[in-house]
Design a protein around this ligand. Structure first.
Ligand code: ADP
Length: 463
């Protein structure tokens, strides 16, 4: 079976982020967005690539260079003389030829990367198109019991847990608050095994995105890969026999080994002693995405409402003045503390063992941004073609989580499954408000969707 996909080196996949601003008024805005895309697809793609290249170009050119040198890969087929240029990158004898060679090398990498980007951008467009065309799930009985949770604020004090951080809220506010066509599995990115590529068949399309015709039905007219994207013949992989230091629960559970292989993309310092429990192996945000989100959400005080083993909190500590990391599970908090120590950021994080719903209901906490990466309902969530964020998110539906997050801040960010219903995600902004939806890709795999709410943190203009 032939399949086409984009892949950088296994441990450090490349991050691609595509964002789109939405305004909740009516479904007209969805049609409008899609028509803009279709009318001016090529221009949009080029603009997005230039943005991408401005940020990543130099890094990529460097990475490619070192890969060439270290692996001895002859991807550019340099001649013997050219190889000497690679051996002498700073060019102590920088002559015209050397200069010319470097220019050519740069151009080759640029072109290659443009093709790769165009391929993934097309995947993004297909996903956006399909999710905006899809019907919103029917509203059903709320899955979570909405009955008032008792005010446990006094109990928090009794346990000696912190009862306030950030700016104080006004009494009035406090009072009010107190009384108020992708079927890939989630783990596709983590998969090296053959099943995970099954749905990559349709990735091979005959039309270039640069052309005017956009083929959305995924039918392949001929068998040529788009833009020379690497073709890989899927063969049964040999079993990895080097399984030293693998946690036993990963060995015991079939299908979990793929997470182990990608450990460095979860935590680049994995080998320094990072601790993860079974659940965290598949729920932690991959480091490249966590780094990107931390750069995007840089502020004075951020709350990480479901911090788990600390993947996001650790990165927020790099870009924010202070982080409050909440998790209901004391074991997770211990792991997060330990992991933060490895990254040298413990002094910037306050760890709280507690229920986000109850802490939120106390209404005494304020922050600049609230980041929510709530439980998605375990790996089974991937079986749903259109993930209903009101029914399946835990410990409450998205609207309820939003309501509680608002007691902390107007600036709210949800990290959601990649099959989350985009229409619901947009609706969550509230009538007449805007929100930004980010698609986070690692190589060509859509890993998650990030939804950003709150005028102060929205950046992109409407296209
Ligand atoms: P996923 O379904 O994405 O794999 P997890 O099951 O890992 O997510 O959940 C994320 C984290 O949220 C876990 O560490 C869990 O302990 C924590 N969590 C669950 N419920 C609450 C809650 N009510 N308050 C705070 N943290 C919670």
């Amino acid at each position: 079976m032939h399949q086409y996909f984009v892949e950088t080196c296994g441990t450090q996949p490349r991050l691609f982020v595509f964002n789109q601003l939405f305004k909740t008024e009516s479904n007209l805005s969805f049609e409008h967005i899609l028509s803009l895309f279709e009318k001016d697809y090529e221009t949009i793609q080029k603009e997005r690539f230039l943005e991408f290249w401005c940020i990543n170009g130099d890094i990529i050119v460097n990475e490619e260079f070192w890969r060439f040198r270290e692996n001895g890969k002859k991807s550019l087929n340099p001649s013997e003389t050219e190889t000497t240029y690679f051996d002498n990158p700073l060019g102590t004898d920088m002559c015209m030829e050397n200069h010319k060679f470097w220019q050519q090398y740069y151009e080759t990498v640029y072109e290659e990367q443009y093709q790769v980007f165009a391929f993934i951008f097309y995947e993004y467009y297909k996903h956006l198109h399909n999710s905006l065309e899809a019907k919103e799930p029917e509203i059903e009985e709320p899955a979570v019991n909405n009955q008032d949770i008792v005010d446990d604020f006094d109990q928090l004090e009794l346990f000696g847990l912190p009862t306030a951080f950030g700016r104080a809220v006004t009494k009035k506010k406090k009072y009010l608050n107190r009384n108020a066509n992708l079927h890939q599995i989630y783990s596709a990115f983590f998969s090296d095994d053959e099943e995970s590529y099954i749905n990559m068949d349709n990735v091979c399309v005959s039309e270039t995105p640069a052309g005017n015709h956009i083929n959305l039905d995924g039918k392949v007219k001929d068998n040529k890969p788009m833009y020379d994207i690497k073709e890989k013949c899927i063969e049964k992989k040999k079993k990895n026999r080097k399984l030293r230091n693998v946690p036993t629960f990963l060995l015991e559970n079939k299908g979990m080994l793929k997470y182990w292989r990608k450990r460095f993309s979860l935590f680049s310092r994995y080998d320094d002693g990072i601790r993860l429990d079974c659940e965290s192996w598949f729920s932690v945000t991959p480091e490249k995405i966590a780094v990107h989100l931390a750069d995007r959400l840089s502020c004075d005080l951020i709350v990480d409402a479901f911090c788990g083993c600390g993947g996001n909190s650790i990165q927020f500590a790099r870009t924010c003045k202070h982080v409050v990391a909440i998790d209901i599970d004391p074991i997770k908090i211990n792991m997060a503390k330990h992991n933060a120590k490895i990254y040298g950021v413990t002094d910037k994080i306050d760890f709280i063992v507690g229920d986000f719903l109850q802490i939120g209901r106390s209404g005494r906490f304020r922050s600049d941004v609230v980041f929510l990466s709530p439980p998605w309902g375990g790996p089974k969530y991937k079986t749903k073609s259109d993930y209903d964020i009101e029914r399946f998110l835990q410990p409450a539906g998205a609207s309820q989580l939003m309501e509680i997050a608002k007691t902390f801040s107007e600036n709210i960010v949800f990290y959601l499954p990649r099959n989350a219903c985009i229409k619901q995600v947009v609706k969550l902004a509230g009538e007449g408000n805007r929100c930004e939806v980010e698609h986070n890709y690692l190589d060509s795999r859509l890993v998650a969707i990030t939804a950003i709410y709150g005028e102060n943190i929205l950046k992109s203009p409407i296209i």
